[in-house]
Design a protein around this ligand. Sequence first.
Ligand code: NAD
Length: 345
Amino acid sequence: MEAINFVIVGYGGMGSYHANGIMPTEGERINLVGIYDVSEKRQTVAVEAGLKSYDSLAAVLADQTIEAILIATPNDYHKAIAIQALEAGKQVVCEKPVAMNTAELDEILAVAKSTGNVFMVHQNRRWDPDFLVIRDIYQKQKIGDVFQIESRVQGANGIPGDWRHLKAHGGGMLLDWGVHLLDQLLWLVNSPIKKVSVDFSYILGDEVDDGFISYFTFENGIRAIVEVGTTNYTKLPRWYVKGTTGTAKIDDWDLSGEVVIATGRTDVLSPKPIQAGVGLTKTMAPPSEDATEKLAIKPVEANFVPFYQNFYEVVRKGATPIIKNDEVRAVLALIDQLFQEAGIH
Ligand code: NAD
């Protein structure tokens, strides 16, 4: 089947990562023809990389040889570009966050529905190796029934770039990393949320959040903490997940960490009291050696195809999208709810 001819709209950091890092791995399926970027500097970079540089979005949309576009502009432009592209008959991949809020997304989805064109959002961290390990542990009940999930990303570099500092462009960390962590959480737990609360951080003095800590209780009883920080000079584990028979701690994207489970042996000695600080404790003493064992943390293959392969199959063969628009909407609706909880509109 024929490759899909693509144009990238917004050839900045992520646009060029699609061009150089993701699309080339899809060889025969995706044919990147060119870009459109408002910045002359980025246009020059594209031409030097052998890509066609279009001088307007209208020129991209008028080009009948182009079947699909990727939107990788700042967040506030996603809606207008997506709607124009869908109306022009293009298939659309859009970077996350799909839009500034659910009202905007609903406008896009209505046009996708009326035109019948594909609209798919690049919520790519469903493919992250650390997430796949946690998903495997969760689904196979390797630590028993999971009852607590803590998912964090923390750095010390503040809010990056320029537009991410500004509310008008959809800046801030909830609309940035928050999308990924919430998408992973909702996809993993797949139960309605009963209760939420959130604390936003404004340590750096920006008009948008430089991080947040959010708390969720799902109807199935699972509790979760999702945290993004940009003011953390040393960090907590990427994942800390508790189950009824074990605990998983994945420290980083490199899969360092440990998964410890109870052996269930009944003949083991009970832990001995230990000196702790200036006191004595049995409660906090390590379990006796035979009471627990460590599971090896090995990379887990995704049992779903890569993003652009899926996009290709959706467009060419009517396959089911891995990232469904109602899931994308649920993440954005949750983000809206967190902003509302904090009185931010
Ligand atoms: P960036 O600032 O590096 O790049 C944005 C580019 O868009 C710039 O080159 C800018 O000149 C161009 N641009 C601005 N307005 C435009 C317009 N109206 N039409 C065409 N081009 C325009 O930003 P980025 O970090 O690449 O982020 C872009 C998008 O990608 C954001 O939505 C961001 O959230 C998303 N993103 C996703 C991931 C991911 O892992 N999925 C990672 C990073 C960024």
